[in-house]
Write a protein that binds this ligand. Structure first.
Ligand code: NDP
Length: 276
């Protein structure tokens, strides 16, 4: 299965489907990522917080896949925000991943109470200028946080990775991104495997198309233009979550899924979350 890529605002291509590894213990990460790479994933999403960058790096090293065919994202955690701390966090992540150049570095949360995301971004701009990262972006940024970066710094974020699923479709943020050339990347694209997978709106579309509920939701993301990073440690699901490009949803399907919005979040609210 060949996964399409999307161009970020600096021309670098990102595979539209990646493999997320949040909550995968480091000891199981090498196996899960190896399964994903065998299934055809070429994009892996990790973070300092997940404590499994070493497992990701081990799977990449073992795979024998050319470095330029892989896209790797990691993130700087709240407690390591600030110019020097973020730079050190990046270098430590690179050591664990065993990589020389990273594809995408993200500020994990804006943590506005800390007042450090602008300084953190300046460190990212320097790493980008030095060629250590091919693209820089943010995660969980609200329009006000993005606007501050646009006003006070030079590089427009390539991507904003946000909580996004049928219960929380994030129309306002997606419109802001589209206006400013920022790609939208959906975390917890399956609402963490929750009840939405059993919602009759989803299961009826799935039955009609001969697809699984997860595939219907992931296809919905693809049609919105989102990058998605579903996580699974189950080999059959890892494969299933990549098989999204031999069917499409109708306008009626899309509007039925739009009706599932409740505004419910799985994660904390980005305006107030600043845990270290
Ligand atoms: P997901 O929406 O990807 O859901 C993962 C859950 O769904 C797991 O319990 C998995 O079970 C289950 N699942 C996966 N595929 C299927 C399927 N085909 N059918 C049924 N159930 C399925 O949630 P995540 O929160 O993990 O989000 C994905 C990624 O997003 C993370 O791994 C991480 O990389 C990123 N993320 C980023 C955040 C941020 O703040 N930037 C916050 C949270 C996540 P099982 O594994 O048992 O198969």
């Amino acid at each position: 299965m060949t996964v399409p890529t999307l161009a970020m605002n600096n021309g670098v291509q990102i595979p539209q489907v990646g493999f997320g590894v949040f909550l995968v213990p480091d000891t199981e990460t090498e196996t899960a990522v190896s399964t994903a790479l065998e299934a055809g994933y070429r994009h892996i999403d990790t973070a300092k917080l997940y404590q499994n960058e070493a497992g990701v790096g081990a799977a990449i090293a073992k795979s024998g896949i050319a470095r330029d065919e892989l896209f790797v994202t990691t993130k700087v955690w709240n407690s390591e925000q600030g110019f020097d701390a973020a730079t050190a966090s990046f270098e430590a992540s690179m050591d664990r991943l065993g990589l020389e150049v990273l594809d995408l570095l993200l500020i994990h949360w804006p943590a506005p109470d800390l007042e450090r995301y602008v300084d953190t971004w300046r460190a990212f701009e320097k790493l980008y200028a030095e060629g250590r990262v091919r693209a820089i972006g943010v995660s969980n940024f609200q329009p006000a946080h993005l606007q501050r970066l646009l006003d006070e710094t030079s590089v427009v974020p390539a991507i904003n990775q946000i909580e996004l699923h049928p219960l929380l479709p994030q129309a306002e943020l997606r419109a802001f991104h589209a206006e400013h050339g920022i790609l939208t990347e959906a975390w917890s694209p399956l609402a963490r495997g929750g009840e939405v997978l059993a919602d009759p709106v989803i299961t009826q579309i799935a039955e009609r198309l001969g697809k699984s509920p997860a595939q219907v939701i992931l296809r919905w993301h693809i049609e919105l233009g989102n990058v998605v990073i579903p996580k699974s440690v189950t080999p059959s699901r890892i494969r299933e979550n990549l098989e999204l490009f031999d069917f499409s949803l109708s306008a009626e399907d899309l509007s039925a899924i739009a009706g599932l919005e409740t505004g419910e979040r799985i994660g904390p609210h980005p305006d107030t979350f600043s845990r270290g």
